[in-house]
Design a protein around this ligand. Structure first.
Ligand SMILES: Cc1cc2nc3c(=O)[nH]c(=O)nc-3n(C[C@H](O)[C@H](O)[C@H](O)COP(=O)(O)OP(=O)(O)OC[C@H]3O[C@@H](n4cnc5c(N)ncnc54)[C@H](O)[C@@H]3O)c2cc1C
Length: 383
C-alpha cells in the first residue's frame, strides 16, 4: 500500500502492542521539544501514527527490512523522501545492472527478467511489484528530519512535499538511507556552476558539445561511452593511472579501445582544477591544460549523510565513518536503532550493495523477534 502524501489516515499501522507512555528520564522526549527548525505550529501530529518498526528509506534494503519485520508480526511503516526505490529511479535512464536478477531479489519473490542483466526499468518494476505484493505501508515524499526518544518510544518527525510536518512514533527504527543523495565533490573552483552535474541521466542534450567526464569507475566509464556514442566530444579525467579494474567486463575494454583510438580523450593521474563558463583547467602530469568545455559530469562517487546519522546519536568510526553497530544484529550504539544497507560500510560504499545489503533485513528481524517476541509462541508480550 503506497501512501503518497497524507490524505489517508494511518488506520492500519496500529501497534501490535501499546507504546509505553512518555517517561521523564535523562533524555526526556516530548514533541514540543523538537528543534526550532521545524515550526510546531505547522505540525500534523497524529496519535494513530504508531509503528512497531519504522524504516527510513524505501531502497532495496529498506524494503527487505520492512518485509522481514512484517513477517515476524510487527506493524511496519516506511518513510521515503522521494519515490519508491528513489536511488534506482535516479540512475542513468538506460542503466544495466552488473548483478544478475536473482541476486537482487528480496522477500523470496523471483525477479523474472528476459536478459541476463536487468535494466533500471526491470528493477523499478520488480521492486514496485514486491512492495505491492507485501502491502508495505510506504509514505513516499516524506523526508525524515529528526529522530528523538529512546528504545520502545521513538519520535520521528518528517516533512512532506509541501513542507508540512508529520510526527510518527515507533518502538524501533531501522535506518537504510543509502548514499546516493550526496556526491563526493572535486573541490574544484566553479564546481557549483549549473553546467556541472554530479548525476548522469542520458546523452541527448549533449550532442555536438565539449563534455568532460570526471572519474574512472562504472558511472564515469558508462557515461563517457554513452555521450561519445551520441555525438558529444568527450574528455575523461581520472586521478588514477588507469580505468578501475572493477568496471563492468563489457564496458572496460570498450572504453579502453575508444581511448586508444583517440575517439575519447583521456587524462590519467589528472584532476579538474577550475571550471569556467566556456572552459576547464586540468592539472595533468605535464602541467596545467585549458580545454574548451560546455558541460562537466563529475561522477566521483557518493557518500551517506553522516550528519543525519550523527543526529540520531549514532557513532561513526573516525576514518571510514562506519556506524558503530553489532555486526550480527546491526543494532547501533543507540538501543533500538538499526543500520541497514550501504550505510553500514560508511565511506566504503562499494563493500555493500544490493546483492549483500538485502540480507540485512533478516539479520535485523532475527534480533527484533528476540527482543519483541521473546516467548516461543511469539505473542506473549501482546497478551
Ligand atoms: C549507477 C549505479 C549502478 C549500480 N548497480 C548495482 C548493481 O548492479 N548491483 C548491486 O548490487 N548494486 C548496484 N549499485 C549499488 C546499489 O544501487 C546500492 O548499493 C543500493 O541502492 C543500496 O541500497 P540501500 O537500500 O542501502 O540504499 P538506497 O537504494 O540508496 O535507498 C536509500 C533510500 O533512502 C531514502 N532516504 C535517504 N534519506 C532519507 C530521509 N532522511 N528520509 C526518508 N528517506 C530517505 C533515499 O531517497 C533512498 O530511496 C549501483 C549503484 C549505482 C549508483
Amino acid at each position: 500500500m503506497l501512501k503518497s502524501g497524507f490524505s489517508e489516515s494511518f488506520e492500519s499501522a496500529v501497534c501490535a502492542f501499546p507504546l509505553a507512555p512518555l517517561q521523564a528520564g535523562p533524555n526526556p522526549v516530548v514533541t514540543d521539544q523538537l528543534p526550532i527548525t521545524l515550526p510546531r505550529a505547522k505540525a500534523d501530529s497524529r496519535a494513530e501514527s504508531f509503528a512497531d518498526a519504522l524504516v527510513i528509506g524505501a531502497g532495496p534494503t529498506g524494503l527487505a527490512c520492512a518485509i522481514e519485520a512484517q513477517r515476524i508480526g510487527l506493524k511496519v511503516v516506511i518513510l521515503e523522501k522521494g519515490c519508491l526505490v528513489n536511488s534506482i529511479y535516479n540512475y542513468p535512464v538506460n542503466m544495466v545492472f552488473f548483478t544478475t536478477p536473482e541476486l537482487l531479489e528480496i522477500g523470496d519473490i523471483p525477479f523474472a527478467c528476459a536478459s541476463p542483466k536487468p535494466t533500471r526499468r526491470d528493477a523499478l518494476e520488480y521492486y514496485r511489484r514486491v512492495a505491492e505484493h507485501y502491502h508495505l505501508h510506504i509514505y513516499q515524499y516524506t523526508w525524515v528530519k529528526t529522530v528523538t526518544g529512546r528504545d520502545n518510544d521513538f519520535r520521528v518527525t518528517a516533512t512532506d512535499r509541501f513542507g508540512a510536518i508529520h510526527d510518527f512514533r515507533a518502538r524501533k527504527v531501522i535506518v537504510s538511507t543509502g548514499y546516493y543523495d550526496l556526491p563526493n565533490l572535486m573541490d574544484a573552483v566553479g564546481e557549483d556552476l549549473p553546467k556541472v552535474h554530479h548525476y548522469y541521466k542520458e546523452p541527448y542534450p549533449y550532442y555536438d558539445c565539449d563534455v568532460v567526464v570526471v572519474g574512472g569507475k562504472n558511472s564515469a566509464a558508462e557515461a563517457a561511452l554513452d555521450l561519445w556514442r551520441h555525438g558529444a566530444r568527450v574528455t575523461l579525467v581520472h586521478r588514477d593511472e588507469r580505468i578501475h579494474p572493477n568496471v563492468k567486463y563489457w564496458v572496460r575494454p570498450d572504453l579502453e579501445n575508444r581511448i586508444k583510438s583517440g575517439e575519447i580523450h583521456a587524462f590519467f593521474k589528472s584532476s579538474v582544477q577550475e571550471i569556467a563558463l566556456d572552459h576547464v583547467i586540468l592539472q595533468t602530469p605535464t602541467g596545467s591544460m585549458r580545454l574548451p568545455n560546455q558541460f562537466v559530469f563529475a561522477l566521483t562517487g557518493y557518500h551517506p549523510d553522516y550528519d543525519f546519522l550523527r543526529s540520531l546519536g549514532i557513532e561513526l568510526s573516525s576514518e571510514q565513518f562506519r556506524p558503530f553497530c553489532d555486526p550480527e544484529t546491526l543494532e547501533t550504539n543507540v538501543p533500538g536503532i538499526y543500520a541497514a544497507g550501504v550505510i553500514v560500510a560508511g565511506s566504503r560504499t562499494s563493500e555493500i550493495f544490493i546483492e549483500n545489503g538485502r540480507f540485512h533485513g533478516k539479520q535485523i528481524a532475527a534480533d527484533l523477534r528476540q527482543k519483541m517476541w521473546p516467548m516461543e509462541d511469539g505473542r506473549a508480550l501482546a497478551d
